[in-house]
Design a protein around this ligand. Structure first.
Ligand code: DAH
Length: 330
């Protein structure tokens, strides 16, 4: 028996098998079969103990040579198989393309942009104030006395004894008048927070925008016109508005603004969109604007109110749920 020839046959078979390998899986199978810990090379080397003495030397040498040759051939093959990678399905270039999903601003953001555009055309600047506020700006300078129900700690989000989340954008009136003298013409959109129980028309966070106009000779007629013009620009020329006498600590006289809507069921209904009035002299006093020389008006409207009426949205919660099926409509 010529054991050395057996080894040479094994090597030839192994190399032929290796040259036929085309995938990483087949290569691994080959490695296990020949070079693995229970593979044929290992077995051939272990067999040396049974080889007759005269052939042992030649056998050992050939076995080592085979091991080196197969290992080298394996190492050489490996990168070519890996680089080839799996062959994917062939692309059908005649298929129609998929349109990319284009993002867009949220309807609240779109509305804020629309509102600030409308007021921009009337000569108003856009200003912003912080959402974390203090009692000085949220209440005291707005002439809201200590015992006023709006100051009940249960009606507000207090962070600590000094800081709170603002409950109204009226704070931005104060911040604006603290740092500038008339003529002032600003609109201030933003988030406000109140611990209301969430339902179809209430949320613990919502948006308002505040308007403020201070100059010599500013009148309520001017306010009435401006509010009406805004509503016509936002809802359409045919919209009807009214002022209803009301009370706010920071305006005197004060009014609530109602807009007449045609509901989907055919009824018409007055819906309140916010409050307004002539800036109270006490507020001017708090920010060092001379109430003898200047008059001014202010308003604060709920943005969700406007959006929900214009787009017939029955539930405020849908505005915050980030459901793209809903948001995509706007
Ligand atoms: N801040 C009031 C609220 O949140 C709304 C308001 C009423 C704002 C009258 C004003 C105003 O500027 O003059 O209910």
């Amino acid at each position: 028996m010529d054991f050395v020839t057996d080894l040479e046959t094994l090597q030839t078979t192994a190399l032929e098998a290796l040259s036929a390998v085309a995938t990483p899986e087949a290569l691994e199978a080959w490695r296990i079969e020949y070079l693995g810990s229970k593979g044929k090379v290992k077995a051939a080397m272990a067999a040396i103990k049974d080889i007759p003495k005269e052939q042992k030397g030649a056998y050992g040498k050939t076995a080592n040579g085979m091991k080196q040759a197969l290992t080298a051939a394996f190492d050489e093959k490996k990168p070519t198989v890996a680089a080839a990678g799996p062959k994917g399905p062939i692309e059908d270039i005649t298929l129609p393309g998929r349109a990319p999903r284009v993002g867009r601003p949220h309807i609240i953001t779109q509305t804020i942009n629309e509102i600030t555009d409308i007021f921009g055309r009337m000569g108003f600047d856009v200003v912003y104030g912080p959402e974390v506020e203090d009692e000085q700006h949220n209440f005291i300078d707005l002439n809201i006395p200590e015992r006023h129900p709006a100051r009940d700690p249960l009606e507000n989000f207090y962070i600590d004894i000094k800081a709170m989340l603002r409950s109204q954008t009226s704070t931005v009136q104060i911040r604006t008048m603290e740092t500038s003298q008339p003529p002032i013409r600003v609109v201030a959109p933003g988030r406000v927070y109140r611990p209301d129980t969430v339902d179809a028309t209430h949320s613990f966070m919502f948006h308002q925008f505040e308007g403020l106009f201070v100059d010599e000779g500013v009148t309520m007629v001017n306010l009435r016109t401006c509010v009406d013009q805004f509503c016509k620009a936002y809802f359409g020329e045919e919209i009807v508005t009214r002022f209803r006498p009301s009370f706010f600590p920071f305006t005197e006289p004060s009014a609530e603004v109602d807009v007449l809507f045609h509901m989907p069921n055919g009824e018409t209904k007055w819906i309140e969109i916010g409050g307004c009035g002539m800036v109270d002299p006490n507020v001017f006093g708090a920010v060092n604007i001379d109430p003898e020389r200047y008059t001014g008006w202010a308003f604060g409207f709920g943005i969700e109110r406007l959006v929900m009426r214009k787009h017939n949205i029955p539930d405020i919660r849908t505005l915050y749920e980030s459901d793209v099926r809903f948001l995509h409509q706007f």
